[in-house]
Ligand binder design. Structure first.
Ligand SMILES: CC(C)(COP(=O)(O)OP(=O)(O)OC[C@H]1O[C@@H](n2cnc3c(N)ncnc32)[C@H](O)[C@@H]1OP(=O)(O)O)[C@@H](O)C(=O)NCCC(=O)NCCS
Length: 168
């Protein structure tokens, strides 16, 4: 079964907080996401996404069989990078390995390239995050290089990898 991207709804807050309350997810994301992640944190996130400028923020619930299984967003950069967007995503651990992230990345890129003036979408997974690198490769992203010692996460200095997809 393929996943479907749709706008967030306030009623997704319970599903969202259940999914993201997981160190196996948070360890692969940037810092700044609360842990534990309460239902009210989820409510605040959803409200922020719904009120964000629709020209700069493209945020979707990833759903399967009407249930929220993950989150994906693309965020327009500023200044000379204003026609590029960075994507971020996660899928709840019970739903890993079903192709949802790969499909969600393909769907959001198709949406952004057809509906906006964005010409480049990029992602910067930690270099060790083989599953995310594979997701990006399956969605047609090109590996552009390693950003050496580009992050400090959980007390460790980490390489990141730059992947990008250009509008054709
Ligand atoms: C990365 C993540 C989004 C993948 O979600 P998913 O829905 O399981 O991804 P998919 O099923 O679409 O594809 C995963 C691919 O990675 C592969 N994979 C999984 N673990 C792997 C590993 N340890 N080494 C190599 N490949 C791996 C799978 O085999 C699959 O490739 P395949 O279809 O060729 O077999 C999910 O694991 C997650 O949310 N992780 C935590 C948050 C995160 O890392 N977000 C991305 C930050 S850049």
């Amino acid at each position: 079964m393929d996943c479907v991207l749709r706008e967030w709804k306030t009623g997704d807050k319970e599903d969202l907080s259940e999914i993201i309350n997981n160190k196996n997810i948070l360890n692969n994301l940037r810092d700044g996401i609360p842990y534990p992640y309460t239902v009210s944190d989820a409510e605040e996130f959803i409200a922020t996404m719904l009120s964000a400028d629709k020209n700069d923020t493209f945020a979707f619930a990833v759903t399967a069989a009407e249930k929220v299984v993950g989150s994906i967003g693309a965020f327009r950069c500023g200044n000379i990078h204003r026609r590029t967007a960075e994507i971020g995503y996660y899928i709840g651990e019970p739903y890993w390995g079903k192709g949802y992230a790969s499909s969600a990345v393909k769907q959001i890129c198709r949406h952004i390239f057809s509906k906006t003036d964005i010409i480049r979408i990029f992602a910067e997974p930690f270099a060790y995050n083989a599953a995310s690198c594979r997701v990006l490769e399956k969605a047609g992203f090109q590996f552009e290089g390693t950003l050496r010692s580009n992050a400090v996460k959980n007390g460790k200095v980490l390489d990141m990898r730059m992947y990008a997809l250009l509008k054709r």
